[in-house]
Design a protein around this ligand. Structure first.
Ligand code: UDX
Ligand code: ADP
Length: 460
């Protein structure tokens, strides 16, 4: 079997960047090149100041600093990197379609197809092509067809190797994966990729399956995880009206070893680039095969999530005497979870949109998300003009500035630092009554009540 000497990854995003950094860190004899069309992104990956990496992940700076320039390279020369590689990972984005058939549900495979065509045009010798992006089932088939029909007569072996890392813990997840999944048909190609991972992952954790099982497993894993969050969020609403406490319920059920304690944290709603997109994909596939009951079942996980975001915004409005017009509401957090600068599908975007519909003045502070990104997220919704978004939403880089003079605080992301703020000082500067709406159940109710805040948390 051919030993892999050179790996290329197309797409230097949240998946491609960290994954390739760890592969390079652990395989010193393999040269890993990550390419992207986005010049500024590649420049940021090459920045001497590791604080400027385009992806914020705890521990990523150390891995990049160890491998970069040794056997890890970031480049915009896609053709050269394709030409030289033995193995090519495709790690480009596959957003939900915003047009045409399957709009709002199916994955947009435009970027994947462009990659396949480029690989086919450039490759002069046999390549192993690895799907890393989350894809609908049977994409590998399309990929193979494009490669075989448009290529230079060379052999392509397609593997599916879905990524299970979670943002914010990407480096730990990559270093200690529960499992690595490799789907494929060609034994030798599978073995070549197994060897890359075996450099640090115990063999028994490397699972090999057929292509379709691997592709489907990724969607199903995310659907099951998201379903747990929607399930506990559904219970959070019931807790609020019955006097039960959702954390106590979660703990009580989580101690049942059949249920387990993880992913039972009630919240303002799940976000991130994967959960919604993957479930929508699953729903779309089910509908394509005319499995309406299956599609409806999984779609409900998303509907519950939408309900939770709306419910949180409405709770704020209702508690503040049914009007937030002109009221200053400070947002702590914008990222979809802590320890990442990623904001895709973050609940904060939808809550802000709902409140600004009511003419609230939202002032946002997030430790890692830029003002530019926040306005981009709001403008992308297309709900109102960019001018109105800038009139109604202000972004500041100091939390106390966000909170000073506020009528209410809404916690949208569970960043640890929020817990350590000087809440007594914050109370001094706020309007009265001083409301706290905790969408992450992060702060200490007893302490805040003692300071005189009116505290509301999900599920209590
Ligand atoms: C997820 C999967 O976990 C990962 O395996 C896959 O590769 C990509 O999708 P990610 O989206 O990065 O990872 O983060 P995750 O930790 O799963 O959280 C997703 C969302 O659910 C976040 O908004 C988070 O705040 C929310 N969540 C998670 C809850 O509200 N409650 C929980 O108990 C867990
Ligand atoms: P993910 O979370 O899946 O990693 P990102 O959007 O963070 O998604 O990253 C995907 C990256 O892929 C982007 O930086 C984008 O510029 C890049 N990309 C998309 N299409 C191509 C292509 N044809 N060639 C090279 N890079 C591409």
């Amino acid at each position: 079997m051919k030993q892999i000497k050179k790996i290329t990854c197309i797409g230097a995003g949240y998946v491609g960047g960290p994954t390739m950094a760890v592969i390079a860190q652990k395989n010193v004899n393999v040269e890993v090149t990550v390419v992207d069309l986005n010049h500024s992104r590649i420049a940021a990956w090459n920045d001497a100041d590791l604080n400027n990496l385009p992806v914020y992940e705890p521990g990523l700076d150390a891995v990049v600093s160890e491998a970069r320039g040794r056997n890890l390279f970031f480049s915009t020369d896609v053709d050269k990197a394709i030409d030289e590689a033995d193995m090519i990972f495709i790690s480009v984005n596959t957003p939900t379609k915003t047009y045409g058939k399957g709009k709002g549900q199916a994955a947009d495979l435009k970027f994947i197809e462009l990659c396949a065509r480029q690989i086919a045009a450039v490759a002069k010798d046999d390549k192993i092509v690895v799907e890393k992006s989350t894809l609908p089932v049977r994409t590998a088939e399309a990929l193979k067809s494009i490669l075989d029909n448009t290529g230079n007569g060379v052999n392509f072996h397609i593997l599916s190797n879905p990524e299970f890392l979670a943002e914010g813990t990407a480096v730990t997840d990559l270093h200690h994966p529960d499992r690595v999944l490799i789907g494929g048909e060609d034994e030798q190609a599978i073995e070549a990729l197994v060897q890359v991972y075996e450099a640090w992952v115990p063999r028994e954790r490397i699972l090999t399956t057929n292509l379709w099982s691997s592709e489907l497993s990724k969607l199903v894993a995310n659907a099951f995880l998201a379903q747990r969050v929607s399930s506990i969020n559904a219970i959070s609403e019931l807790c609020e009206v019955t006097g039960a406490n959702v954390d106590e319920v979660a703990r009580a059920i989580g101690l049942d070893s059949r249920i387990g304690p993880k992913f039972l944290k009630a919240s303002v709603g799940f976000g991130g680039s994967c959960f919604q997109k993957d479930i929508l994909n699953l729903v779309y596939i089910a509908r394509t095969y005319n499995l309406q009951a299956v599609a409806d079942y999984w779609e409900q996980v998303i509907l519950m999530n939408d309900h939770q975001k709306t419910r949180f915004a409405e709770k704020i409005i209702q508690t503040m005497y049914n009007t937030v017009n002109g009221k200053h509401i400070a947002f702590l957090g914008w990222a979809f979870k802590k320890d990442t600068n990623d904001t895709r599908e973050s609940a904060a975007i939808y809550v802000a949109d709902h409140l600004t519909d009511e003419e609230a003045q939202v002032v946002v502070y997030d430790p890692k998300v830029s003002a530019e990104q926040i306005y981009k997220d709001l403008d992308y919704l297309g709900t109102r003009s960019p001018e109105d978004n800038r009139r109604l939403v202000r972004v500041v880089d100091n939390p106390y500035e966000a909170l000073d003079g506020a009528h209410a605080v809404a916690v949208l992301t569970e960043w640890d630092e929020f817990k350590d703020y000087d809440w007594a000082k914050i109370k001094e500067g706020m309007k009265r009554p001083s409301f706290v709406f905790d969408g992450r159940k992060l702060l200490n109710r007893r302490e805040l009540n003692k300071l005189g805040f009116a505290y509301y948390a999900i599920g209590e």
